[in-house]
Ligand binder design. Structure first.
Ligand SMILES: [Zn+2]
Length: 503
């Protein structure tokens, strides 16, 4: 996989222009440098170098002591210099690794190690728009945006592995706060290199595929236009199938670039691919070699998504699925953390849980994790809201969880309370809502006893049936007691009392 990530630095890579590739008005953020006027000189963006080091470290790479920029030559209207300032043989970071986990997926390897070959820094090109009359328009707002390219070893065996890798990369970029990594907006662009070989006729040595015996390796096909995670998976799957069929027919193919056509669901030949020699790489004479580590200085990565996922799972006992969902988005992760810390405080203030067994926090944190991912996320999705747009605090959400945990409210009524909290533009206290609506759960055994006695009197026929061995009738009796309590009784307590009286 080759993934390009646009960095969201304030200014462009080699000039002072505002870095805003999404700017809708064409050619607003431009200057003589990023439009390649003769005599202009590039001045590298320090922040972009720092962030590339950061990305390299997050991907487990070693950072080169000395790095340099190189010119990569090709002629195209989106590149007015006729060369791109990139990095060739001395990238800022190299030899990293990222581990993908698939604990719930079937038919794939449980843990996949993906080697990171290199992470280098370059400049983005201008944006071309092909008009209906056959003309082409050039917008230089994007020209010179700092672009990081991340290249992996040939370690992917299936399309889904490639998709999960791209998703993981996006999460890491957002955690590091170096890019919005929005694929639809082109902030992150994924390309796959697919070269199917016959089983048993090759080996992979140090990240390089080598032929065995007199076998001739099949050529590489570069796949572009993968504008969504779904496209990454579908495009690669299609190409694997296409190449398999060609091998089976005894056909071979030339090295080429193909584009994924989402509507047709197929890949289309775009051009015969140049070898790297054709780019005539040579060191950029206007920028001296540099020391990335010195430029980067002290870098703190913070907690990365994989570590957070592991901690959520192990420490808070969130299910693996909940831990993944919550750690994938930093805002949700922060909300979950706040809720947990509030809960621990709240527990201490409740008479029911004060000084109770040590495993109480894990039971309640697991409950909280489930309520955030299953209920709250669903409600906000329906209301088209984001976690940053809610009006209630983590403290009040934690209070709701504590009410459920201490059986002061059953889960149906708790769901209704959450709906009210999420629908209000004020921070609403769940205890107030509960009292106002009279939704408190009746767990007072005396009160439930009375209701059970009434039910036994009113439904003597069903009672006889149950006592004659018809177990299913019990559900009906529980239902009648629940109805009499207006849904507020704890069904477990009702069942217990009923069974006690009827046995
Ligand atoms: Zn500029």
């Amino acid at each position: 996989m080759e993934v390009h990530v646009e960095l969201k630095t304030a200014s462009k890579m080699f000039c002072n222009c505002k870095n805003d590739p999404d700017e809708p008005k064409p050619n607003t953020n431009i200057c003589p440098t990023c439009t390649a006027q003769p005599g202009t000189l590039p001045i590298p963006n320090k922040k972009a170098v720092q962030w590339t080091v950061k990305i390299g470290k997050a991907l487990g790479c070693s950072i080169r002591e000395l790095s340099k920029f190189d010119r990569k030559h090709y002629f195209y209207p989106d590149l007015p210099k006729a060369y791109q300032i990139s990095q060739y043989d001395e990238p800022i970071a190299e030899h990293g690794e990222i581990v993908l986990e698939f604990p719930t997926e079937e038919n794939i390897r449980e843990q996949v190690k993906i080697g990171i070959t290199r992470v280098h820094l370059e400049e983005d090109t201008a944006k071309l728009t092909h008009a209906n009359d056959g003309s082409t328009l050039v917008d230089f707002n994007r020209a010179g945006t700092p672009l990081v390219e991340i290249v992996t070893d040939p370690d992917f065996m299936t399309a889904i592995e490639a998709k999960i890798y791209c998703q993981e990369l996006r999460t890491i970029m957002r955690y590091l706060n170096v890019s919005d990594a929005d694929m639809e907006k082109g902030h992150m662009r994924c390309e796959a290199n697919i070269s199917l070989q016959e089983a048993g006729k090759f080996e992979i040595v140090d990240g390089v595929v080598k032929a065995l015996g007199d076998y001739k390796l099949n050529n590489k096909v570069e796949l572009k236009n993968l504008n969504s995670f779904k496209a990454v998976e579908r495009g690669i799957d299609y190409e694997i199938k296409r190449q398999t069929e060609m091998i089976e027919k005894g056909e071979s193919w030339i090295q080429q670039t193909r584009g994924w056509n989402e509507d047709k669901g197929e890949t289309v030949m775009q051009r015969k691919k140049e070898n790297s020699d054709d780019y005539r790489y040579f060191p950029e004479p206007d920028i001296p070699p540099f020391h990335p580590v010195k430029i980067a200085g002290d870098i703190s990565l913070g907690e990365l998504p994989q570590a957070k996922r592991k901690r959520f799972h192990e420490e808070y006992k969130f299910s693996y699925a909940d831990a993944k969902i919550l750690s994938d988005n930093k805002n949700w992760a922060n909300f979950a953390e706040e809720v947990i810390s509030e809960l621990i405080e709240w527990l201490d203030s409740l008479p029911e849980t004060k000084n109770k067994a040590e495993n109480v926090p894990q039971k309640i944190t697991r409950l909280a994790g489930g309520w955030i991912t299953s209920k709250l996320m669903g409600i906000l999705k329906e209301k088209n809201k984001d976690i940053t747009g809610i009006s209630f605090t983590a403290e009040n959400f934690a209070e709701l969880i504590a009410l459920i945990y201490t059986k002061r409210v059953n889960s149906t009524n708790a769901g209704k309370i959450l709906l009210i909290m999420a629908g209000s533009d004020k921070d609403k206290d769940p205890t107030h809502i509960l009292e106002e609506k009279g939704w408190g759960q009746v767990s007072d055994e005396g009160k439930i006893n009375e209701l059970v006695e009434d039910a036994i009197k009113s439904y003597s026929k069903q009672v006889e049936e149950f006592q004659a061995g018809k177990e299913t009738v019990l559900k009906f009796l529980i239902g009648m007691v629940m109805k009499a309590s207006e849904g507020n009784a704890d069904p477990k307590v009702v069942e217990e009392i009923l069974r006690g009286k009827l046995s």
